[in-house]
Design a protein around this ligand. Structure first.
Ligand SMILES: Nc1nc2c(ncn2[C@@H]2O[C@H](COP(=O)(O)OP(=O)(O)OP(=O)(O)O)[C@@H](O)[C@H]2O)c(=O)[nH]1
Ligand SMILES: [Mg+2]
Length: 350
């Protein structure tokens, strides 16, 4: 419309026509190149149009906003839709030593062949993310690149692939740590687990190749005990026994991911926290510090993903690692936090 001339009967006619067509319409009033002219805009609103874009085609004013609006109506390409879903989806990294079956699990979770798998450790050269939809929910699976068998020394190979696991962990919300059930848990597995915990991510331990393990009714229980002993610093992580190859129990992984994700994002009210914290303080007090009582005032949750808490205390520097662990264990007894790291910070308050 012509902002210099003002509203004309033709504008009205065209507007009536445009209302009838079922397409998005953007209304722009041109020749608006000064504030004074903008004062003319209200008369256009008598058309009943919700929004006008004042522009000056000649001076290039207001064109950016107009284009933004127009671009919003352009249908997204399939690739753009996928990219947006990938950004919003929870990120699940599949990590573990070479050859434990990371890519096989990604393929099984994905539902079709996507990663290249083989008996040679280091088959996966680059980590490829796979966006999957399961039960109407999206997940971004991050496979961890293996190392090609170039390294002369087996230990080097293990170490480099561990570094790659670290990189996948940095990008994820939840890590699935795969252990080779046939070979058992190794020092490298512990390093990866420690990294997941320190990075503050959720974790599920998947014992893979369970089909290859000779077992009776007690095997899984014994195995769980052995893992919990070695992974004592991460005994909150659920353990699942799977075969990525035969797909045994793989379908249970998605509900487990959902559960851990919800724990990872859980928020506890300050009221509930402090009710529990009172009993934590009473049932086991902190040893004296330089002849003085160590007092804890209150606790509050400061963030999620992972849940983090701040406890106000008179001598934070005096609080022992043991006591901190005691608090963490008691908080877990009350609020569970299955599969997720929680962080506890101490702050000084007199
Ligand atoms: N028996 C058995 N074999 C498996 C299972 N999962 C994987 N494998 C085999 O283990 C070998 C390694 O599997 P991959 O999926 O390539 O292992 P990866 O962890 O991706 O290996 P890299 O990428 O090299 O680190 C392949 O020969 C798989 O067929 C399983 O559940 N049971
Ligand atoms: Mg692989």
């Amino acid at each position: 419309m012509d902002g210099r001339e003002g509203l004309s009967p033709i504008d009205e006619e065209i507007t009536v026509y445009l209302r009838k067509i079922e397409k998005p319409v953007i209304y722009a009033v041109n020749k608006i190149d000064s504030l004074k002219r903008e004062a003319l805009l209200p008369e256009f609103y008598s058309l009943g149009v919700e929004r006008f874009f004042p522009v000056s085609a000649e001076h290039g004013l207001g064109i950016g906003d107009l284009l933004d609006e127009a671009c919003g109506y352009i249908p997204k390409t399939e690739k753009e839709v996928e990219e947006e879903a990938a950004m919003a989806a929870p990120k699940v990294a599949i990590v573990g030593r070479p050859n434990v079956g990371k890519s096989t699990l990604v393929n099984t979770l994905f539902g079709k062949e996507r990663m290249i798998t083989s008996e040679t450790p280091g088959t996966t050269r680059d980590s490829i993310d796979a966006l999957v939809r399961y039960n109407k929910k999206d997940y971004l699976l991050i496979d961890t690149a293996g190392i090609r068998k170039k390294a002369k020394i087996a230990e080097d190979l293990e170490w480099y692939s561990t570094l790659r696991s670290f990189r996948s962990i940095d990008r994820c919300d939840i890590a699935i740590l795969i252990i080779d059930g046939f070979e058992g848990i190794t020092d490298q597995d512990l390093k990866i687990a420690g990294y997941i915990r320190d990075a503050g991510k959720g974790c599920i331990v998947a014992v893979n190749k369970w089909d290859k393990v000779e077992k009776d009714t007690k095997t899984a229980d014994l195995y769980t005990k052995a893992i919990n002993k070695k992974l004592h610093f991460m005994n909150y992580a659920p353990i699942i026994y799977i075969s990525a190859q035969t797909k045994q129990r793989v379908a249970k992984i998605y509900p487990l991911i959902d559960e851990v994700l919800s724990e990872y994002s859980k928020r506890i009210t300050t009221g509930d926290l402090n009710r529990v914290f009172e009993s934590i303080k009473i049932s086991h007090s902190h040893p004296m510090y330089r002849g003085r009582e160590v007092k804890f005032f209150y606790i509050t949750q400061v963030s999620i993903r992972p849940p983090a808490f701040v406890i106000f205390c008179n001598y934070p520097e005096a609080v022992s690692e043991d006591y901190r662990r005691y608090i963490e264990n008691r908080l877990r007894e009350a609020f569970v936090f299955k599969g997720t790291t929680i962080k506890i910070f101490l702050r000084k308050k007199r």
